[in-house]
Design a protein around this ligand. Structure first.
Ligand code: SF4
Length: 379
């Protein structure tokens, strides 16, 4: 098929069930045909309409000329010694995004990207240092799951579902790509699609307060918030979006979200940076901030250093001491296991390739390194 024809065609990976039903109507077909088509694509991984044996031949012929199921080209695949797999997908014009599959005994988690790059520019994040190119379309978000699920099934020679959890924690701030994100989430949750439980789909945000409120109404799934500091002056430096939506506003939004969330807690992510945010004083400040204010769990993340950050990973002893203060205060705290670090697939290491349109990579390298934090409480 020539390139011009491909461009005119609708990529069905971008349509949730509602969108696909509307598309079938446009073709003069009954809406229920969409359910069959959706199952073929997402549950069976089919991309060839000729294979879809329970669809009328006339519909298959129409689809063959007007639509396609087009995956993202895979640039590379790396498999870690611990079974973690990282794919680099080509999203065109020199941009590439990453997705990571993390197998565990009781689940299979896929971490996927929502943007090529990221405009938030968190200090400790390699994606943030690369700057921002563009939002991914719905089909580019879902294509990561579609490819991972069906390629894993093929290699494991099974028809059983492999990916049980999806975390929107790859490249990008998902809530800054909201209109593409929501249909993708709906496809993950749809029983005719991937059938994932709301509790097992997690959106991770750096704190885009108005969009947290919208997500609560439109498609509440599990929420993780990149907190990384319990006081505004420090969080302003680590997560620049904090200047727009400071901690108190963020926590209020978290409480509103909990009214409709599928889990009764918010997960706060806290990347442990040596002598920046890992002091016992800040642990106590964090306890004061969260305890009795937001139902939560805290996930301490070992920092994965990269040269441009100018930051260092906290020692195991410091992480342990920090965690102990939280645990002693009755806050459920976990320390994230590092997975796939031999293939640069650990948290904060996803870099892909980004044509930076924001010149963030230049600004951030020149900015001074974060200094030791003030310890004033927010409350
Ligand atoms: S941590 Fe998330 S929001 Fe912050 S720069 Fe990285 S990808 Fe963007």
């Amino acid at each position: 098929m020539d390139a011009v024809k491909q461009l005119e065609q609708t990529n069905l990976l971008g349509l949730d069930l509602e969108g696909l039903a509307a598309y079938c109507e446009q073709l003069g077909e009954k809406r229920f045909r969409a359910t069959q088509l959706f199952r073929w694509i997402h549950q069976k991984g089919a991309s060839d309409f000729a294979q879809m044996s329970d669809l009328a031949k006339s519909l298959r012929d129409k689809l063959a000329t007007r639509a396609h199921v087009a995956a993202l080209p895979v640039i590379s695949e790396h498999v870690s010694a611990d079974g973690t797999i990282k794919w680099l997908f080509d999203v065109g014009n020199g941009d590439a995004v990453e997705a990571v599959y993390i197998p565990e005994s009781d689940r299979g988690t896929l971490c996927i990207s929502s943007q090529a790059g990221c405009a938030v520019g968190c200090r400790f994040c390699s994606t943030g240092h690369q700057g921002f190119s563009r939002n991914l379309a719905t089909w580019e978000i879902i294509a990561q799951l579609w490819y991972a699920e069906h390629s894993l099934r093929k290699r494991q020679n099974t028809d059983e579902r492999i990916i049980s959890n999806v975390v929107m924690m790859g490249m990008g701030e998902p809530l800054q790509n909201y209109t593409a994100l929501v249909p993708a989430l709906k496809m993950m949750l749809d029983d005719h699609g991937y059938g994932l439980s709301r509790r097992r789909v997690t959106v991770s945000t750096s704190g885009v307060v108005p969009m947290i409120d919208r997500l609560r109404e439109d498609c509440p799934v599990a929420l993780a918030v990149s907190l990384h500091a319990p006081v505004d002056p420090l969080r302003d430096q680590l997560v620049p979006l904090n200047k727009k939506y400071p901690i108190s506003e963020l926590l209020d939004a978290c409480n509103r979200y909990l009214e409709k969330a599928p889990r009764d807690f918010i997960t706060f992510e806290y990347c442990m940076l040596d002598e920046v945010n890992d002091t016992p004083e800040l642990a106590h400040t964090l306890v004061k901030l969260l305890k009795h204010h937001v139902s939560c769990k805290i996930n301490l993340i070992p920092f994965n250093p990269f040269p441009a950050s100018g930051l260092k990973r906290s020692s195991n002893e410091r992480v342990k001491a920090f965690a102990q203060i939280l645990v002693d205060a009755g806050i459920v705290t976990t320390v994230r296991k590092t997975r796939g670090d031999d293939i640069d697939a650990a948290c904060g290491q996803l870099a892909g390739e980004v044509q930076d349109r924001t010149r963030a990579h230049i600004r951030m390298v020149r900015a001074p390194v974060v200094v030791k934090a003030p310890t004033t409480s927010q409350t």
